[in-house]
Design a protein around this ligand. Sequence first.
Ligand SMILES: Cc1cc2nc3c(=O)[nH]c(=O)nc-3n(C[C@H](O)[C@H](O)[C@H](O)COP(=O)(O)OP(=O)(O)OC[C@H]3O[C@@H](n4cnc5c(N)ncnc54)[C@H](O)[C@@H]3O)c2cc1C
Length: 235
Amino acid sequence: MSERDGNWRTAVIARIAALTPRMRSYFLHAPLAGHVAGQYLDVRLTAPDGYQARRSYSIASRPGAAELELAIALQDDGEVSAWFHEVAQPGDTIDVRGPLGGHFIWEPPHAAPVLLVAGGSGIVPLVSIARAWQAAPAAPMLLLHSARTPEALAFQPELAGIAAADPRFTYVAVSTRAGTGRRIDAAMLDKALGHWGHLPALCYLCGPTAFVEAVAQLLVARGVAHRAIRTERFG
Ligand SMILES: Cc1cc2nc3c(=O)[nH]c(=O)nc-3n(C[C@H](O)[C@H](O)[C@H](O)COP(=O)(O)OP(=O)(O)OC[C@H]3O[C@@H](n4cnc5c(N)ncnc54)[C@H](O)[C@@H]3O)c2cc1C
């Protein structure tokens, strides 16, 4: 591996676990530096003929956890996600580099109220933030989690459990095509923020670009400063 190749390391897929019908967790053993909640890894796959594909995946695990957890949604005709879902087995190796990302991170102690908003697989870095918060709870935290169907709400039982154990953590799950049948709109945001009783000092929005932009606009219209909004777009 040359210097120009950029710090790639070999990671072993230690185990695989289903999260939803289209999302799985991949637990890696990887010789990487520790991460901060909200960061991601670059993943590189190499075919026998030398063809390479690279993608970024957020880290779901709590900082300091023994295994690095990536949670990957299967995309229709997606190159890399399909390899993970249809080919990858425990014991397989992949190239990884990171942890990467310096703006979409959360570290305790943090006294100010924090709003997290996830669309689809955008829940992954926010799970790491929720897990980091659980290990050192301080600020009130509200997590709004949107997915197409109730079954697609990855990590829902764990997140509901964090909320049940500590009233400072609030979890609101919505599904857009079944169940509650609603998108995160102005009325829902007002209701959730009103119920919560705090104005967010910091907001973390993650998911598809259109989702992130729509929620950011709603927050700005409610008086949240641009600089208080951190975004991660999955494309
Ligand atoms: C910082 C960051 C963190 C991320 N974290 C996560 C995460 O935690 N979990 C997660 O699941 N994803 C995450 N993503 C998204 C991830 O990087 C990939 O984009 C995603 O897995 C899709 O990759 P793929 O190779 O499967 O699909 P791709 O092959 O890239 O295809 C994506 C879509 O485009 C379509 N497409 C591809 N080529 C064409 C074409 N020529 N014409 C028309 N359509 C086409 C495919 O059908 C597919 O639906 C993250 C992205 C970023 C930037």
